[in-house]
Design a protein around this ligand. Structure first.
Ligand code: GDP
Length: 672
């Protein structure tokens, strides 16, 4: 008989069988192909006996483990302390507990929580589950949490960028400026911005969004303008991770200082190539040679001394040497061969966030791979949503941003955190999963408070409440029920929830109506009927029973109802910018002003945002517009105008007014 045939009969693979036979005392040779027919029966009997024993032993071991699990193990682990951040993914918690994830999920299940592998749970829930499993769960300190998040983000970004794509194209280098306090980082960033930002159509005004781009020899360079002071140490080391090249600023009159050494250390640790900018060479007491000597002493020998460290003497104040510095950066960047695939869905890092009075949560993202477009669905940290609008660092609305470009994102529901990873996804399933997770967090919060304090609702739940349409679904056959639920699941809009609170087969009965009443919902009867009594009850309780025969009609009806529940969308159209040149009159709730249109146009009966030093300080209305003495319906770029402004009378000369229109539009439902 063939060895392969024998293996098949024993439900083993040939290799395993050949390895096992000598162990069981059959010497047939490692490469045997045929087996003596006289031995076949004996081999089969022996192997089957062996397999049976092995299985029994395994089962016994399993039983022992389960026993151990419920008694001894629990005691052993009672003392085990685990530190976690504010929220954690189930899978990671299992890893930290050194438990099979299935066991953890089972524990959640016991507590009435349906958590899957990638679900995010909050700290309090972890504490409760942890206790049941014999763990003491503690919260990470802020610093530890930051580290945890950084590591997670970095890992995630690496994973995202790992599949770098096939259409790789060169991308601009991302540069960070580092150095000792007062050595001139800010001044240098200003000097670069002023001398090299390409066009100055917005009256030379660039917005502070945490990064900007300059053009040199037809190529772009992105600068991160993270402050370099002691307090921003964490940010700086993170900045190091998203940057491609660093400029280390050393003041020629001060030389190498503790922070200079520290940032050199960071760059070396991160394998971040750097250029040394020896600054303040205009100053009395400036000594370039001394700086070079100090650099050589720490093994950073300057190029003109025969070493490899690039040093460029500059004066940020006098704007000297800036062009050379940029040339050197491009040179270093070329050696790095920086590339990205702009055709992929975007991935990037959040580098700055704040809440703007007029615009709500705003975040600056630096795109590291792919292209991000307005209208795309994104996931940023724990927030998922649609990109409503993007502005570049000059405050202009842009439709798309490609690798190494920074842009300010508008329309996010919540402010993400600096360092969070942004992922655009065309994978609707994935977005849905994340949206589900965020609503899941709400259920968690409810479970948690119910467990701890009874049934009071948590603050978080109150806060994040979205309109819900609750449904009791009754169908004639399971197939229809499944098809309807599947269609419902395609509605993934984060601002609304369609929830089947009860489902079943058969006619609508009293209990169905009462469930609908308790959940303020309605009953759907698909191919099923009701009795007179049930109809009467529904009328008494003011509960709708909707009868349908065709699925798409049912869906159309539900979508219409959901749309009516959705909060309307505000569409904002930017018109232009006015620079304020004169204040004519100040009243309690408004001002008469004179100004010049520096970008786009202005129209009366619009909204305005008052900007001073790149910060929004007030929102008001532009009521009337005049050109000379004439009331006009529009003024365009470079025209002087008089305006009557309604709003807080805080406007000063040199302020900038962003003029925009707002329209309320019914929202479409987001479906996958
Ligand atoms: P940072 O703390 O590194 O951001 O330093 P700043 O950019 O705020 O500069 C600190 C001080 O040094 C400021 O008073 C600057 O005006 C001054 N400064 C910066 N660069 C130069 C330069 O090239 N020459 C001279 N003379 N002063 C400079």
């Amino acid at each position: 008989m063939n060895v392969t045939e024998l293996a098949r009969r024993l439900k083993m693979n040939t290799k395993d069988l050949l390895e096992l036979l000598p162990e069981l005392g059959f010497d047939i040779g490692k490469r045997a192909i045929k087996i003596d027919p006289r031995s076949v029966d004996k081999i089969i009997r022996t192997v089957e006996e062996y397999q049976k024993k092995k299985k029994e032993a395994e089962q016994e071991k399993e039983v022992k483990e389960i026993k151990l699990d419920s008694h001894e193990k629990k005691e052993i682990k009672l003392e085990k302390i685990i530190k976690i951040p504010e929220t954690i993914i189930v899978n990671e918690l299992a890893k930290k507990m050194e438990l099979p994830v299935a066991k953890l999920i089972a524990e959640f299940f016991k507590n009435g929580i349906m958590a899957t592998l990638n679900e995010r749970i909050d700290f309090e829930t972890a504490v409760i589950i942890g206790e049941d499993l014999g763990f003491k769960i503690e919260k990470l300190s802020e610093e530890e949490e930051q580290r945890f998040r950084d590591e997670g983000s970095e890992k995630k970004l690496k994973e995202l960028i790992k599949n770098k794509g096939e259409k790789l194209e060169p991308r601009p280098p991302v540069v960070i400026v580092m150095g000792h306090v007062d050595h001139g980082k800010t001044k240098l960033l200003d000097a670069i911005r002023e001398t090299n930002v390409v066009d100055k159509e917005v009256g030379g005004i660039t917005q502070h969004i945490g990064a900007y781009q300059v053009e040199k020899k037809g190529r772009f360079i992105t600068f991160l303008d993270t402050p370099g002071h002691e307090a921003f140490k964490a940010m700086r080391s993170r900045g190091g991770k998203i940057a491609d090249v660093a400029i280390i600023v050393i003041a020629a009159d001060d030389g190498l200082k503790p922070q200079t050494l520290e940032v050199i250390g960071i760059a070396q640790k991160e394998n971040l190539p750097f250029v040394i900018a020896i600054n303040k060479i205009d100053k009395e007491g400036a000594d370039i040679e001394r700086v070079k000597k100090e650099l050589s002493e720490i093994n950073l020998v300057p190029e003109d001394w025969g070493g490899k460290t690039i040093c460029v003497p500059i004066s940020a104040k006098q704007k000297m040497g800036i062009a050379d510095l940029l040339d050197m950066i491009l040179l270093v960047a070329d050696m790095e061969e920086l590339k990205a695939d702009p055709t992929l869905p975007a991935a990037g890092t959040i580098i700055e966030t704040h809440v703007d009075k007029g615009e709500g949560p705003v975040a600056t993202v630096l795109i590291q791979s792919g292209t991000l477009k307005v209208g795309e669905m994104v996931v940023v940290g724990e927030v998922a949503g649609k990109i409503k609008a993007m502005k570049d660092f000059k405050g202009r609305l842009v439709e798309a941003i490609s690798p190494s470009m920074p842009a300010r994102l508008l329309g996010l529901k919540k402010t993400p955190r600096v360092g969070d990873i942004l992922e655009a996804s065309t994978d609707k399933k994935k977005i849905k999963e994340i949206i589900k997770q965020s609503s899941y967090k709400k259920t968690m919060a409810a479970v948690k408070t119910a467990k701890i304090t009874g049934s009071e609702k948590s603050e978080e739940e109150e806060e994040k409440k979205v309109p819900e349409l609750n449904i009791v679904l009754k169908c004639d056959v399971l197939g229809s029920q499944e098809a309807i639920i599947e269609a419902f699941e395609k509605i993934i809009d984060p601002d609304i929830k369609l929830k089947v609170v009860k489902k079943g087969l058969g006619n609508v009965n009293e209990a169905d109506v009462l469930t609908a009443e308790a959940t303020k919902g309605l009953v759907i009867a698909f191919h099923v009927s009701t009795t007179q009594a049930v109809e009467q009850l529904a009328r008494d309780r003011n509960i709708a029973i909707l009868h349908f025969e065709i699925i798409y009609k049912l869906l159309e009806d539900m979508e219409e109802r959901l749309k009516n529940l959705l909060p309307p969308e505000t569409i904002r159209t930017e018109l232009g910018k006015i620079k304020i040149l004169a204040i004519f009159r100040t009243e309690k709730d408004g001002m008469i002003l004179g100004g010049k249109i520096v970008e786009g146009k202005a129209r009366p009966n619009t909204k305005v945002k008052v900007i001073r030093n790149n910060e929004s300080i007030a929102i008001g209305n532009l009521f009337e517009l005049r050109s000379g003495k004439q009331i006009v319906t529009e003024a365009v770029k470079d025209e002087d105008c008089g305006l009557s402004y309604k709003g807080s009378p805080v406007v000063k000369v040199d302020d900038l007014m962003e003029v925009y229109e707002e329209k309320i539009k019914p929202r479409e439902l987001i479906k996958s």
